[in-house]
Each structure stands twice: as structure tokens, then as C-alpha cells.
Design a protein around this ligand. Structure first.
Ligand code: SAH
Length: 336
């Protein structure tokens, strides 16, 4: 099968809207890819700049019609916000997945993690490899929201291991000063955060896998998309943590109702969009956090952060940390 690659390079805020439009026409999903900048050879690389959104149309007899409809949809989106023209590249007689895979590179995250495409060996054996073959579920590790989540997850788990040793390194250079004092860390340290994690909207399973590899004993990943669960299962197997990961179809309501092995955990992770996070708080998301536990919230655009913090506060949480990459913000909030 031949394919036609459609790609648009846009800013972070537009990327999602463009991805939504392309997804309507691409049967195999959409890939987003943000550039990584390196200051020098030792630099670990920071996601910077615009995002390339790519989708692959099957080059069949409907191609011209599909392309026209796609152009129309992009035109309407362009009326709301200016868009660059899409770039079309034929991918002849080749699996587009392979074309995409060849662009996907290892990404160092935080102090100890490295996201490695499943088909590659890690270039840095000192880091814990998280092998990911996203199989078209969200969570390739290239998105800033995932990277922020992983950093706060690592921070929270490491802080537990060495309550005094971790603080200095986490402060976000771009973002506001860290919140919370040492007393909150002492309080959190009394709670065995390393025991269990609940991952809401697990996608590829990347966050659960990282938590398990960083020392969590068990994790529960839930998602409203069955494809995500399949992908999470496969990625967990590739990382040798499948036995410690439970997966279930659903969201906050199902976890609260006790449908899965865990209904509460000292650490909850939720990388979903800000308006969904606010809704999930109203659906009882804070109940999933064990007393003195914490939640990592991501998928939040800078101007939306306030609304998410307020929703958390309304449900008895307190902001501990805030990190930012480009327009994206992630929050660490604690209970009690
Ligand atoms: N956790 C991964 C994937 C994040 S993408 C990462 O951090 O990279 C967000 C995921 O949330 C998607 O897989 C989507 O299907 C799922 N999702 C969206 N709305 C949801 C909801 N209300 N409850 C649970 N999952 C949801």
C-alpha cells in the first residue's frame, strides 16, 4: 500500500486542533513530533519550537476526495487561526509506521529516565530505559505533557527515597518557584508512596511503566480507549513490568466504584486535558488519592493552570510543585 504523508508544522496550541482534523481522515492515527534542542554535547535536550503534526492517507482510489475534504477542514480551522499550508509527501510502497519510526529517537527525561523506542537499545545504560512502541495510543514520550509528568513522577518517587536530597534539582528554570515547605515532604515521606500508583488516561502506559521501573510496587492504568489498554499491556510486557500493572477500561467513576484492584493510591497521575481534569475533580478524582498522597496533573496550557489548581484546592489539595515546558504546565498537588 502506498501512502500520502500530510504534515503541518504549527505552534503547541494549534497542534491539537490540527491533529484532531487530520485524525478524521487518517485511519491509522496522527503523529506529533516536537523538536529537541541541544545547547552542547552534554546537554540532555529540551523540547523546543514548533510541532510537526503528521498523518498518513492511504493512496487508494478515494485519495483525491479525501485530500479535498481534508483541505476543506483545514480551511475552516484556518479561519479561526492562521495555518501554514499542508505539505504532502508520497510514501511509496513502504510501511508508513517504519517511515515514522525512523524519526523517533531516545529521549532523556529527568535525572534517571530514558524513553527508548522499542526497537532500539538505550544509548545511555546509566539511565532507566522505558521502552515504548506506542502502537498509535497517545504517549510516545515526545509530548511535553508526558515529559513533565515523568519529571514530577520521578521527583515524587525519588524525594521519597531521599527526602532531603532531591529538592534542589527540581526547581523549574522557566516556571515559578516551587511551592510547599519541608514539612509537607516530611509528611509525605511517612506515606509509602512507592507502593501503588493510579494512572488515569494511561494511553501507551508510559507513566505506569516509568513508575514501576522507578520503584512503585503496583500500578493501575485506566483509559476510556480500549486501544490504549492493548498498547499499555504490550509496552508493559516489553519492559518486564506487566505482572505489576493492572489495566481497566474506564475512568474515575469506575476506579471509585471499586471495579479494579486499586481504588486509592498514594500517587495518582493524570495527563489529560485541563477541562477534562476539572470535570474529573467533580467526578471525585481527589478520592483516589490516599491520605497524605499526591497527584500529578498534566495536559494543561499555561492560561488554564489556575482553573485546575482551583479545582484541586476545592477538593482539599494543595499545590506543591509546578513545572513548565513551552506553553504546557504540569502540577504536583498533595492531600492533607
Ligand atoms: N498517560 C499518557 C497518555 C496521555 S493522552 C501520557 O502521559 O503520555 C490522554 C489519554 O487519556 C488518552 O489515552 C485518552 O484516551 C485518555 N482519556 C481521555 N479522557 C479520559 C477520561 N475522561 N478518563 C480516562 N481517560 C481519558
Amino acid at each position: 500500500m502506498n501512502w500520502l504523508e500530510v504534515s503541518l508544522t504549527v505552534n503547541g496550541e494549534l497542534a491539537e486542533a490540527v491533529a484532531d482534523v487530520l485524525a478524521r481522515f487518517a485511519p491509522n492515527g496522527v503523529v506529533t513530533e516536537q523538536g529537541v534542542g541541544f545547547v552542547n554535547e552534554e546537554d540532555e535536550g529540551t523540547p523546543t519550537g514548533p510541532i510537526a503534526v503528521r498523518a498518513y492517507l492511504p493512496a487508494d482510489e478515494q485519495l483525491e476526495e479525501t485530500r479535498q475534504k481534508l483541505e476543506e477542514a483545514l480551511f475552516y480551522l484556518g479561519m479561526i487561526q492562521p495555518l501554514p499550508a499542508p505539505v504532502y509527501t508520497p510514501i511509496p510502497d513502504q510501511n508508513w509506521m517504519e517511515a515514522w519510526k525512523s524519526r523517533y529517537k531516545p529521549i532523556p527525561i529527568g535525572r534517571r529516565l530514558m524513553i527508548v523506542p522499542a526497537w532500539m537499545d538505550s544509548p545511555d545504560p546509566a539511565r532507566i530505559p522505558i521502552k515504548i512502541d506506542p502502537g498509535m495510543a497517545f504517549g510516545t514520550g515526545t509530548h511535553p505533557t508526558t515529559q513533565l509528568c515523568l519529571e514530577l513522577l520521578e521527583y515524587q518517587i525519588e524525594k521519597h527515597r531521599t527526602p532531603e536530597g532531591y529538592r534542589d534539582d527540581v526547581s523549574d528554570k522557566e516556571g515559578p518557584a516551587p511551592h510547599g515547605g519541608d514539612s509537607s515532604f516530611a509528611a509525605l515521606a511517612q506515606n509509602d508512596i512507592n507502593t501503588a500508583v493510579i494512572d488515569l488516561g494511561c494511553g501507551s502506559g508510559i507513566l505506569s511503566i516509568a513508575a514501576l521501573k522507578l520503584g512503585a510496587e503496583t500500578a493501575l492504568g485506566v483509559d476510556i480507549d480500549a486501544q490504549a489498554l492493548k498498547s499499555s499491556r504490550e509496552n508493559a510486557e516489553a519492559n518486564g513490568v506487566a505482572e505489576r500493572l493492572s489495566l481497566g477500561l474506564g475512568s474515575v467513576e469506575e476506579v471509585r466504584a471499586g471495579k479494579f484492584p486499586l481504588s486509592q493510591a498514594p500517587l495518582v497521575l493524570a495527563n489529560i486535558l485541563a477541562p477534562v481534569l476539572v470535570r474529573l475533580f467533580d467526578a471525585g478524582m481527589a478520592d483516589l488519592i490516599a491520605p497524605r498522597g499526591a497527584i500529578v496533573l498534566s495536559g494543561i496550557l499555561d492560561p488554564q493552570a489556575r482553573s485546575v489548581i482551583e479545582a484541586g484546592e476545592k477538593h482539599g489539595l494543595r499545590l506543591l510543585e509546578q513545572k513548565q515546558i513551552a506553553d504546557w504546565v504540569a502540577l504536583l498537588m498533595s492531600k492533607g
